[in-house]
Design a binder for this molecule. Structure first.
Ligand code: F6P
Length: 546
């Protein structure tokens, strides 16, 4: 019997067992099913994974050849087979490490040169030696990008606010005109640096936004402002120069960096300007530390591997369709969105590496919001809904606001309480202050009991870290990158292409004439009806505005 069938059988056999009984049976369960690595603590003990399940999961890891594929990735082999590319975001954060060769060329000198160019530019913007055309210094940075050209820097800049006092950083991503309008309305064009971030420099949202920002800036500062107040990050430098950006302001990167894995290099330019080169280096060091752990720790004591195996157990084996990412940290409010792209653009596939249909689901729908806000939005479903959603909690032991200790104590108490109640449940006859005290209400109290009861036995993991620093953020992001890698490798997926999103772009292009000019189109049915509605609504709006 293969490991998948063994695991499915074992899950069915133990499905009725309560997680809490695992603690009763083994007082050392918390320690045995937790792992410390370079200051992080990952606790997977509040799941139904026991030693037998874990040993079968580890056997699946071994049988899937993950370790060999991992080494090939770090060594620069072309593991992204459908695009015939290497996958080397790990090299970006190890600029001074051992050589890594692609097509016989060591990539490290280019990475060092790129980092050096970014640092010089970022320092010049921060210290005012690089100035705008009509003001004494830059006060605001506007990152124009989408997907991995937005989510990485936007999430990391929000996460590291305590380290980003120099300039204000803003992000425009959606092609919806309200986004660029609302963001630029708050900015002074004479003091704004715009950074156009696009690996391909063809993404229609980014190019459209860049053109509008260029128009906005030239209107206020004159045509020659673009050369001083724009920069670009792209692997297509020629296109950026064509757009009008000075060659010395174009930061290139290679095609072996995937968009959702790109924050470690030039895509992180707005982050480096916000937190400075030194803290950006700390960010890289954290990821490099996690890389070393991932490469060297035995699988049973390997944090990305354990987190991945918990994910496999919950989704592919138990069949839980979604995964909730719940950072108890308002500055990590964009982490769920970042991890959505990382996980679902990497493993949201339906064929394996050789093109055959996958024999099982490729991965969960990833969602989430920061705590404690989620408690007042969807935790009701997490506790009493008919569907189980495994939760991954993240929380810092120490906050950046020592004067607001009471807040952090409450945050920590709420975070730990959620995972405890998810697992242990809560009695229906519990002391709910909200329920009437009078005897006559006794019968209603009993009938209410079924409404109030939380049955528990719902799994969660908790990742706790000392404090949200650049180093720790680097560790966390690398942890999740490698977790996604392990899950994809076990499923035999190419986690590094994204053909599915190309189709949407093509159809959008074909629809544009019908929407922009009301041109006839071959579209029928629902799309035809929607096109007609748009055309009618626009005619009415035009008539009213005349
Ligand atoms: O979503 C598809 C995608 O290609 C992502 O992988 C990428 O991060 C995003 O679009 C933006 O692409 P680019 O950086 O080329 O503009």
């Amino acid at each position: 019997m293969n490991s998948w069938h063994e695991l499915e059988g074992y899950f069915r056999k133990t499905a009725d067992r309560q997680i809490r009984t695992l603690f009763d049976e083994d007082p050392e369960r918390a320690e045995k099913f937790s792992l410390e690595a370079d200051g992080l603590l990952l606790d997977i003990s509040k799941t139904s994974i026991d030693e037998k399940a874990l040993s079968r999961l580890l056997r699946l890891f071994d049988e899937s050849g993950v370790a060999e594929r991992r080494q090939r990735m770090f060594d620069g082999k072309r593991i992204n087979v459908t695009e015939n590319r290497a996958v080397l975001h790990t090299a970006l954060r190890d600029p001074n490490g051992h050589p890594v060769f692609v097509d016989g060329i060591d990539v490290k000198p280019g990475i060092r040169e790129s980092l050096s160019g970014m640092s010089a530019f970022a320092s010049g913007i921060r210290d005012g030696s690089l100035r705008p055309l009509r003001a004494d210094r830059f006060t605001d940075v506007l990152n124009i990008g989408i997907g991995g050209s937005d989510l990485g820097p936007a999430m990391a800049t929000a996460a590291l606010v305590p380290y980003g006092e120099a300039l204000r950083t803003h992000f425009v991503s959606n092609v919806d005109g309200s986004h660029v309008r609302d963001v630029t309305a708050r900015l002074d064009p004479t003091r704004t640096l715009a950074i156009v971030v696009s690996k391909t420099f063809t993404t229609i949202e980014t190019i459209t936004n860049a053109k509008s920002v260029k128009f906005w800036m030239e209107n206020a500062c004159g045509a020659d402002s673009v050369s001083r107040q724009f920069a670009a990050v792209s692997s297509e430098a020629g296109r950026a120069v064509e757009f009008g950006i000075g060659k010395d302001r174009v930061f290139g990167f290679e095609d072996w960096v995937g968009g959702r894995y790109s924050v470690w290099g030039p895509v992180g330019l707005s982050l480096m300007i916000a937190i400075g080169p030194s803290h950006f280096d700390g960010f890289l060091r954290g990821a490099r530390t996690m890389d070393a752990h991932f490469l060297t720790a035995p699988s049973r004591a390997n944090m990305p591997v354990l987190l991945a195996l918990a994910g496999i157990w919950h989704h592919q084996i138990a069949g839980y369709e979604t995964l909730a990412i719940l950072p108890y940290d308002q500055r990590l409010r964009l982490l769920p969105a970042y991890l959505q792209q990382l996980a679902m653009e990497s493993n949201g596939k339906s064929v394996s590496m050789d093109g055959r249909p996958l024999p099982r689901s490729s991965g969960p729908v990833v969602w989430g919001e920061p705590g404690t806000n989620g408690q007042h939005a969807f935790h009701q479903l997490l506790f009493q809904g008919t569907r189980i959603a495994p939760c991954e909690f993240l929380v810092a032991a120490v906050s950046h606001e020592p004067d607001l200790k009471e807040h952090h104590d409450l945050l920590l108490a709420n975070c730990l309480a959620q995972s405890e109640v998810l697992m242990r449940g809560y009695p229906g006859n519990g002391r709910h202050s909200a329920v009437s005290k009078n005897p006559a209400a006794a019968s209603s109290r009993n009938s209410l009991a079924r409404h109030r009861e939380i049955k528990g036995n719902r799994p969660s993991t908790t990742l706790i870290y000392p404090k949200l620093t650049p180093f720790v953020l680097g560790q966390i992001l690398a942890l999740y990158e490698h977790r996604v890698f392990v899950e994809g490798a076990i499923l035999g997926i190419n986690s590094f292409d994204q053909w599915g999103v190309e189709a949407g772009k093509e159809i959008a292009k074909s629809l544009l004439p019908a929407i922009a000019e009301g041109a006839d189109s071959r579209h029928t049915g629902s799309t035809r009806q929607l096109l007609d509605y748009i055309a009618d609504a626009r005619r009415r709006s035009d008539a009213e505005s005349r």
